[in-house]
Design a binder for this molecule. Structure first.
Ligand code: COA
Length: 370
């Protein structure tokens, strides 16, 4: 009997139907909950986006109530900090988030309540970790604030309207993105009947990797390493010669420029208009052009264009966040999508259980009977 081909990396394999988001890699389009990402980012609030993505979760509430409840859950999460042990002292922000969120329990909590708690706690713990890392005390949330504004203030000490708007645009942009690796991880865990805390903690582990959510910090390192636009091409050629990948470039699905790159580039422009000039925007544009050129020469048959992480790095830097906070901030946005997928998986999915092909040694001859 012919054995089925191995779908390495599950490329091209469709594992679910979803009403949450659609990634069109050929046309470079992203639809989240029925709207183009361009019509969401910088347009809707984080809370509105949560309401859109979680509309099917039992107990869903209108936006004003959701905003109030999310604020209360931030306060609750902040009160848990003394009982998190050394979780927030871990040097890596994703390790700290994983270790702190893992101490929550789903026991006795309704799905809607858990969505609010996990979203609130991800923001509060990420901000608190950054403060602890800088040798400062965590800042208590203001339940009346918007989530984005409170997150900026808890992390950086104060929050201007431009910073809050910039972070809000970022969180909305990265909230969901089809069957990406961390979302798939969350769905696999949810498919076993496990709880949302476990699924979110597993998803965080997947997001941490440099091929997924760990890229924006290295993008900033790359911009610093290049320093001036005219040096970009030679620097990038050397990277490829050394067998390294160019961070912020390439994507499994997009064969065009990632639509989120354009949206985030515009968000950086708005931050600049509001008065915080970033020296990195012009450099980033020059590096982007050079990277596309060198990658086109090296891989003429495979379009390797700019992905979301490239302008994530420029935007979060312009907002005043240090690079070690970039991946935890990605988690603050993506947790909304994970939670929506966990719910969808429970309602519509089956146990996710693919197969593997054994290529190990054959067992010794069967032992004699008896
Ligand atoms: N720089 C240099 N070469 C790259 C590249 C990059 N950023 N992205 C892909 N390639 C090359 C690979 O080396 C491979 O070349 P080969 O066929 O000669 O071995 C080819 O393109 C295909 O790569 P592959 O790993 O099969 O693509 P993928 O779909 O599995 O990878 C990413 C997608 C995102 C993991 C990949 O593009 C990457 O590593 N990008 C850099 C990290 C990054 O920005 N991650 C954030 C993603 S949003």
């Amino acid at each position: 009997m012919e054995r089925p081909a191995v779908a390495w990396g599950l490329e091209g394999v469709v594992v679910a139907e979803t009403s949450l988001s659609e990634v069109d890699g050929e046309r470079g389009r992203l639809v989240i909950a029925g709207k183009e990402v361009e019509d969401l980012s910088g347009v809707v609030t984080f809370e509105e986006l949560c309401a859109r993505l979680w509309s099917a979760v039992p107990g869903a509430t209108p936006v004003p109530e959701l905003k109030r409840a999310l604020g209360m859950r931030r306060q609750w999460a902040f009160e848990q900090i003394p009982s998190l042990g050394r979780a927030l002292s871990l040097p890596d922000g994703m390790d700290a988030l994983r270790a702190s969120l893992a101490q929550l329990t789903a026991e006795g909590h309704a799905p809607w309540e858990l969505n609010l708690t996990l979203t609130a706690a991800t923001g509060v713990f990420a901000a608190a970790w950054l403060r602890v890392r800088q040798g400062k005390n965590p800042i208590a949330p203001r339940p009346d604030s918007s989530h984005a504004s409170d997150l900026v203030r808890m992390a950086l000490g104060e929050s201007s309207p431009a910073q809050a708007a910039g972070l809000e645009a970022y969180l909305v942009t990265v909230s969901d993105h089809g069957m990406n690796a961390s979302t798939f991880t969350a769905r696999v865990i949810a498919s076993t009947g496990s709880d949302a805390v476990s699924a979110v903690v597993g998803a965080l582990g997947a997001l941490k990797g440099p091929l997924h959510g760990g890229a924006p910090g290295p993008v900033l390192d790359m911009l610093d390493g290049i320093g001036q636009g005219e040096r970009a091409e030679g620097w990038l050629e050397q990277e490829l010669l050394a067998g390294r990948r160019i961070m912020g470039m390439g994507h499994r699905i997009y064969r065009t420029r990632d639509p989120r790159a354009a949206v985030l580039e515009r968000a950086v422009e708005r931050v600049e208009k509001a008065g915080s000039r970033t020296p990195r925007l012009q450099l980033a544009r020059a590096v982007e052009r050079a990277a596309e050129q060198v990658l086109r020469r090296k891989h003429p048959d495979r379009p390797l264009r700019t992905n979301v992480e490239f302008y994530t790095a420029v935007l979060l830097d312009a907002l005043g966040f240090p690079r070690e906070a970039f991946s935890p901030l990605f988690a603050c946005g993506r947790v909304v999508g994970w939670l929506a997928h966990i719910d969808e998986q429970r309602r519509t999915g089956r146990l996710i259980r693919p197969e593997s092909r054994y290529v190990g040694p054959a067992p010794d001859a069967a032992p004699p009977a008896g």
